[in-house]
Design a protein around this ligand. Structure first.
Ligand code: HAM
Length: 414
C-alpha cells in the first residue's frame, strides 16, 4: 500500500470525537464573544506569506510548500491563516459588512518542518482574529477567552505567558540595543541567529540552540524599551487580565516566530506535552494590514494547534458513543419486518445498528456485543407471530418479550 506523506496523519474514528469536542466547545465559546466563522482557501499567492508572515521567519525561509502552478503562478499551501484572514477582510470590505470585526476559522496548515510528536507538516489550527481595535480591552478579552477555552476543555497544567514587543516607534532603539549588547558575541551565535540579527534582531530570542542560550540570557528585554504609548498599553492589558482574575506569567523571551507582531504577544503552554508544548499562540500585529496594501488597521489574534489541544484533553474526554440499539433478525420474514422497526427508531432519533447478510443468531449477537450497544432487539419467527420483540439488556443479560406497539415507550424509558 502507498503510505501517507511524511509529517501528515490520519485522524481515525476513535480520535475524531475528541476533535469534534474541541471544535464544538470552541465554536460555542467564540459565538458568545461575537465571532463569525469564515473559510478561506488553503492555497494563496506565495507573496501573501512572503510579505505577511515575513521574509525573516523560518516559515518563509525554509518551510513553505510553494510551487509554480500550470499557469505559471507561484502559489503556497498556507503555513498559517493570519495573512489570509487579513486579505479576505480587506478584499470583501468586511469592515463595513460585519457587525463586529471578529473572525475565526478552522483548517489545515502546511509547514515543511522536521516531524516529531506534536509537530506535523500538515496540522490544523483554530485561528481567531480581530481587526481595527487598538484598545487594550480587546487584548485582555482575547487573553481571557483563550484561557476560557483551555478551562472549558479541562486542559490541566496550562500556563499563560505574556510579553510586549513594542511598536515601530520603540523597536529600532531596542534592536540597536540588542546588537550593541551582542557585540563580539554575534559571530558565535547559530546561523539562524546571524540571519535574524540582520533581518529582525528581536527574533534572536526565539533561538532554541543550547549553545546560544548563555549569550541570549544576558540580552536586554523589550519591555524595558517600550515607548510611553506601548508601556501604557501593556500596563492596561496586564491590569485588565488581573481584573479578570486570569493567572499569567510575564516572559521577555516570548517574541514569537513570525515577523508581524507589535505590542502584546502571548502563548499558552502545557506542561505534559513535551518539547512542542505551545497549544496556542498569538498577539497584536498593528502594521500588517497596511503592509499588505490594505487600510491602516490594527489587528490581534491567536491560533491554537488542534492536534495539541486534542492531546492535552483529559483522558476520558469525548469517548466515541456506541449505538443505543442493535437489531438482530433471524429468518427472512423477520429481516423484512425489522426494516420498518429500524426506520422507526432512527426517525425517533435513536442510534440503531443492524447486521448485514444472513448470519446465525449467535454470529449476530457477537456483532451486537462488539458494537457496545446497551440494548439488543431480537426478532425471530416466534416473535413475529405474536407481534412481539425480545429486548435484551446487554449489561444485565436480562431478556424479555415486549409488544411491538410498546417498543418506543420501552426504549424511551431507557
Ligand atoms: P504559530 O505560533 O506559528 O502562530 O502557531 C500557532 C499554534 O499552532 C502553535 O501554538 C501550535 O499549537 C500550532 N502549530 C504550529 N506549528 C505546528 C506544527 N508544525 N504542528 C502542529 N501544530 C503546530 C500562528 O500561526 C499565528 N498565525 C497565530 C496568530 C493569529 N497570531 C495572530 N493571529
Amino acid at each position: 500500500m502507498i503510505p501517507a506523506v511524511k509529517g501528515t496523519r490520519d485522524i481515525l474514528p476513535g480520535e475524531v470525537t475528541r476533535w469534534q469536542h474541541v471544535e464544538a466547545t470552541a465554536r460555542r465559546l467564540l459565538e458568545r464573544y461575537g465571532y463569525a466563522e469564515i473559510r478561506t482557501p488553503i492555497i494563496e499567492r506565495e507573496e501573501l506569506f512572503a510579505k505577511g508572515t515575513g521574509e525573516a521567519t523560518d516559515i518563509v525561509q525554509k518551510e513553505m510548500y510553494s510551487f509554480t502552478d500550470k499557469g505559471g503562478d507561484r502559489v503556497t499551501l498556507r503555513p498559517e491563516a493570519t495573512p489570509s484572514m487579513v486579505r479576505a477582510f480587506v478584499e470583501h470590505g468586511l469592515e463595513q459588512a460585519l457587525p463586529t470585526p471578529k473572525l475565526y476559522t478552522f483548517g489545515p496548515m502546511f509547514r515543511y518542518e522536521r516531524p516529531q510528536k506534536g509537530r506535523y507538516r500538515q496540522f490544523h489550527q483554530l485561528d481567531v482574529e480581530v481587526f481595527g481595535v487598538t484598545d487594550p480591552a480587546i487584548d485582555a478579552e482575547i487573553l481571557e477567552m483563550s484561557w476560557s477555552l483551555v478551562s472549558e476543555l479541562e486542559i490541566a497544567r496550562a500556563e499563560l505567558v505574556l510579553n510586549s514587543v513594542g511598536c515601530s516607534t520603540c523597536r529600532p532603539a531596542f534592536n540597536a540595543a540588542l546588537l550593541e549588547a551582542l557585540g563580539d558575541d554575534l559571530p558565535r551565535l547559530c546561523s539562524d541567529c546571524q540571519r535574524r540579527a540582520r533581518m529582525n534582531p528581536l527574533r534572536i530570542f526565539d533561538c532554541k540552540v543550547p549553545a546560544d542560550q548563555p549569550i541570549i540570557d544576558a540580552l536586554p528585554h523589550s519591555v524595558d524599551f517600550l515607548c510611553p504609548e506601548c508601556r501604557q498599553h501593556f500596563d492596561s492589558v496586564t491590569d485588565q487580565i488581573r481584573a479578570y482574575g486570569i493567572p499569567h506569567r510575564l516572559s521577555h523571551r516570548l517574541v514569537r516566530g513570525l515577523d508581524y507582531y507589535t505590542r502584546t504577544t502571548f502563548e499558552v503552554l502545557v506542561e505534559d506535552l513535551g518539547a512542542q508544548n505551545a497549544i496556542l499562540g498569538g498577539g497584536r500585529y498593528d502594521g500588517l494590514m497596511k503592509h499588505l496594501g490594505g487600510p491602516d488597521r490594527a489587528g490581534i489574534g491567536f491560533a491554537a494547534g488542534l492536534e495539541r489541544l486534542v492531546s492535552a484533553l483529559p483522558e476520558g474526554a469525548a469517548v466515541p458513543r456506541p449505538p443505543e440499539v442493535f437489531l438482530v433478525a433471524v429468518g427472512e420474514d423477520a429481516r423484512v419486518a425489522m426494516l420498518g422497526i429500524v426506520r422507526e427508531l432512527r426517525q425517533a432519533g435513536i442510534a440503531t445498528l443492524m447486521d448485514y447478510g444472513t448470519r446465525s443468531l449467535k454470529a449476530q449477537m457477537k456483532r451486537a456485543d462488539r458494537s457496545g450497544a446497551p440494548r439488543v432487539l431480537i426478532l425471530g419467527s416466534d416473535e413475529l407471530e405474536k407481534g412481539e420483540i425480545t429486548l435484551r439488556d446487554m449489561r444485565t443479560s436480562e431478556q424479555r418479550a415486549i409488544s411491538r406497539d410498546a417498543l418506543g415507550e420501552h426504549l424511551a424509558r431507557g
